[in-house]
Structures are given as structure tokens and as C-alpha cells.
Design a protein around this ligand. Sequence first.
Ligand SMILES: [Zn+2]
Length: 434
Amino acid sequence: MTDDKQNTPVDNQEEIQMDAEGKTGLSELSAPLKSATPEIRSLRDLIDQVTGRNLTGIEKEADSGIAEIWPFPFLALVGQTEMKLGLLLALVNPLVGGVLLVGPRGTGKTTAVRSLIDLLPAVWHSKCHYGCLPEEVEIGGIDAICPDCAIKYGNGEPLANLEPVRLVELPLNSRLEDVVGGLDERAVLHDRMRVRRGILAHADRNLLYVDEVNLLGDNVVDAILDAAAQGRYTVRRGSIAATYRSRFTLVGTMNPEEGNLRPQILDRFGLRLLVRGLDDPSDRLEAYQRSQAHFNNPRKIVDLYAEETMIARDEIQSARDLLPEVTLPDDVAKVGLGIIESFKIASLRAEITLFEAARAHAAADGRKKVTVEDLRQVAPMALRLRRSKFITEYFENQEGEEDEILAALDKLPSSKKKPKRKKASASKKKKAQN
Ligand SMILES: [Zn+2]
């Protein structure tokens, strides 16, 4: 399990302003690039460029050590543009409300999530057991933080450090006690009753990654939902109780072949990414070669992508910094609301995710105003799988749903680019259903 502490969700309570910037597509990003690297104009550009790189002929390293410390580079993942874009948008703007990757086994979902480690932006992590942050004093007064932190705050001592967001994994076999925390036995030995922090407290201001989220026990799911809804949770053990902050970006993966996801938890995921296998045999070969190269010599592969990875991390940080200034013009908001209305989606989270993802998309593109083109790029991942009441209908509904979203988008004025449609053979989808 990863370390504790936390990070700051992006503060982007900006006022909505009128304006429409004509820029479409992806424009240049601010950070200067090294001359050795071909011109990279946006995160999307970076993904596209790096995806095409060939990596044959990597020798096995004599002693390659532990592969875990050299996770497969995110940018070395072949294809899967939507998956990559969705994950990056969630890093840029935590308010998109989490990401669910839906797809069969062996399509790189887990690899993709774990590879985010090298791209995670820096945020304020509390130094305190309970996750207190100075901003809470500004909002709720001195009583909003624990007594120890109140004293520190009074003395002008820092309550938080600026550190990278962490990827906190919630293992499938986690017990409720691991998830919410239990009595700290060491503290009991020292005559201090204290509740140990659980995974949810460790996930505060971090990414909470749940592999096979559809297979989690109901009590664990309920605890996650509770914390996600409140941004905090309380553990009671006998006479003592402790409240922990727990504001996390939920990243889940699931294979619908293996079981359903309760509608309540599905609704908690903002972006829904469909991860199908690679269709093109040459892509599959490339993916195979890269994964073999990583297996044989993980450090070499990480080194090969180090420069682009650094650029991508800087771009994500710049986009996060820009995000508070990114506004959603009324006319663009109206277009978005029209799509949702025509699509008859009940959950209000649809708007939140659609608009917040569009803001992230604009920020990643270095723009301060959301355009209809931003909506178009993010709408499929924000809106799909929202109407279906039963998870078993995921893939059945998907086809028609997708067509409707795209048809609705096509009717919009000045449509330049259409989002690329993944061609999945009927047989493959059949398989996914069973
Ligand atoms: Zn505290």
C-alpha cells in the first residue's frame, strides 16, 4: 500500500463568463521543449507522436532488478487514445469525478493506471494523521482542524507539504477494516486509544485505484461511496471515533464479463472509458514488442521515454495551474445541456463531468475558454453508460448510445472534427457480453 497524506483538489470555482474563442483542435502549450524532441503542441499531440515510436532490438539487461520500480511508461502504451486522454483529463481536473475503464482482460487497463505514477502532479499533502489542511481553517475556522494542527497553525507552522499525488491501490481482497481503518494496536499498548488510518484516509487528495471494482464486497463499496459523497468518513471502534478526510479521484477498472457494477458506484465515476483490444495486427505486434522490451530491460524503456514523460508531467501541471482561469461560456454550456437533455440523462453528474472534462481539455490545450469542440471531444466518455439502469446492459446499449451521441454532435453548427469511432467487430462485442 502506498503512503499516506494528501493533495489539493483543483480550486476551480470560477465564474462563468460569456465569450467564445474560435480556436479548435489543440493549440500550443506553454512549456519550452528541448530541440531534440519534435515539436509537440499539446498533450494529445504528445500521445500521438510517441505512440508511433518503434522499439525493436532492446537487449535483455543482465540484472534488470525489480520491474515494479520501473513501471511501463504511459506514453509507450500503443493506441488506446481515448483511454490515455481520459486518464490525463482526470489528472488535470479532479472534478471530472473519477474514471472507469471498462473492457476485457489483457487490454492494458491496469498497466495504464499504474503507469500514471510518473505523470502525477504536485499538490499539498497534509502532515497530519487526520489530513488537516490550512485552507480548511480559511473556510471553516480553527475548529475545522484537529487540536494539534490548530496549535501549529497558531504558531505559523506549515500544516502541509507540496508533494506529488499518490496512486493508492485498494486491493480486491481488502477487508472493511483495511479500508476505513481500525484500532491502532501499538497506540493501545502505549495507553492511547487511536484509530489507525485506513486506505480511504490514505487516499485523501490522491488517486484511489480499484482494480476489478465490480468484484468488491458490498460493505467495502458502501464505505467508498460514503467517503466519496461526504469527502470524509467516521470510524467508530467502541468508545472512540475518528473522522478522516477522504477526497480522492476514484479510478476503477472492470471487465463486464466478470460481474456487474452497482448503479450507485457506477454513478460515482465521471468518465467512462471503453477499452477494447487493439484491432490492427501491426499495433498488436508493436504492443507485444514493447511489453517484451519492458520485461527484459525496464529501465531502458523508461529511459527512452523519460524526456517525453517529463514534458507530459509539466504539461499536466501547467494545465492544472491554468484550470482555475478556464471558463465555460454560456452559449457552450447551453449546447452541452442540450445534448444531455436530448439524451435524457437523469444524473446531474453528467453535467458536472461533461463541463469539467471540457474545461480540462481546454486547459490541456492552453486555452482559457471552453469551446464546443472541447465538448465534442469529451462528450462520449462523459455521457456514455449513464442511461442504462443495469450494468449487464453496458455493451448492448453502447452501440446505439454512441451513435446517438455522435449524431447529436454532428447536428451542431461548425463541426470540424468528428471524434474517431473505434471499430469493434460484432463478434468481439459479443464476446465481451458473455
Ligand atoms: Zn490535524
